[in-house]
Design a protein around this ligand. Structure first.
Ligand SMILES: *[C@@H]1O[C@H](CO)[C@@H](O)[C@H](O)[C@H]1NC(C)=O
Length: 302
């Protein structure tokens, strides 16, 4: 595991050197309000031309990263320049120096439970107020630990997030019972697929529903991307996430489309493809390259 994590950190370091020439501006914000787990300041990216009622995207970094790093890691800001939405880049607490999101404690896995998920929902509410945002266009996008947290947010705040995008994540509450949700956790039965090999779709669905008991409103739409050669978060977690959300949303598998949106990516559609899709990346490793157009189309922004 040490070697694998070092690889992830090296990747993060390389990506951090890529400079992006974005037209808008970044600022640090700390007093957004609700923040029970005392998350450090977030970075906010605002394009030059903000849409009249802008969409709000929450960008969630992987372990070893931070808001600044994830800002540089994807082309989301360049889409913000074109489409006028606001991007929030929070930074996690250290989690023993690993900088991962809390995807394991009951606090974070409960609606208004006092954990990271509540602080992240608080950031979105701040942004909706501050920029007169469109509450029907609130989205979470994340890689690895950030993707795990995107699943957590879909389960804990389906009333806040219209859609979530997971690049190399795990189902909501997959880490429940583990002492910490990092690559050095003493319990890696979630990311290494042990739970995925025994849990049914119904069990995954119940775990997600248990994060917000009694909720019966609209569910967060999900786009789930995963590489078949991922050794840190194994490929069976793709099916586990699809099982979870197909169960929660009551959708069934409809079809696969090969080489979509690019070679070696396979789109896995549930229902009519507007609420739940997966992408299996043949030969892909941990955190496949961000597909901007496909992601923005799923969110309904393009
Ligand atoms: C669709 O793709 C998934 C993932 O590779 C695979 O498990 C499933 O068997 C495929 N289904 C069909 C009908 O091709």
């Amino acid at each position: 595991m040490t070697l694998k994590f070092t690889t992830i950190q090296a990747l993060v370091a390389i990506l951090a050197f890529q400079t992006t020439a974005n037209a808008g501006k970044t600022q640090q914000v700390s007093n957004w309000g609700d923040n029970p787990s005392r998350l450090p300041p977030m970075m906010v990216y605002t394009p030059d031309k903000i849409a009249e009622k802008p969409a709000i995207i929450l960008g969630l970094h992987p372990c070893g990263g931070n808001g600044q790093q994830y800002y540089r890691m994807t082309s989301i800001p360049s889409y913000a320049d074109r489409l006028g939405f606001i991007v929030l880049y929070p930074t996690s607490n250290s989690q023993n120096g690993m900088n991962c999101w809390d995807a394991n404690t009951a606090k974070s896995l409960t609606h208004d439970g006092g954990g990271d998920s509540q602080g992240l929902a608080g950031m979105v509410k701040w942004a909706l107020n501050t920029y007169n945002g469109d509450p029907s266009k609130v989205f979470a996008i994340g890689g690895s630990s950030g993707a795990m947290e995107a699943n957590v947010l879909a389960a804990t705040y389906p009333d806040v997030f219209n859609a979530a995008v997971s690049y190399s994540g795990v189902p909501a509450a997959c880490w429940a019972g583990s002492p910490i949700s990092t690559p050095f956790s003493s319990d890696l039965s979630c990311p290494l697929g042990k739970k995925a090999s025994t849990y049914s779709a119904q069990q995954w669905g119940d775990l997600a529903k248990g994060c917000y008991p009694g909720y019966s409103g609209t569910r967060t739409r999900m786009m789930i991307v995963h590489g078949t050669s991922d050794t840190a978060v194994v490929i069976s977690l793709l099916k586990a996430q699809l099982d979870q959300w197909s169960n929660v949303m009551g959708l069934s598998f409809s079809k696969n489309i090969t080489n979509d949106p690019i070679m070696n990516w396979k789109k896995i559609e549930y229902g009519d493809g507007s609420k739940l899709i997966g992408y299996e990346v043949q030969g892909g490793g941990h955190i496949p390259p961000f597909q901007g157009d496909a992601t923005m189309k799923f969110l309904g922004l393009m």
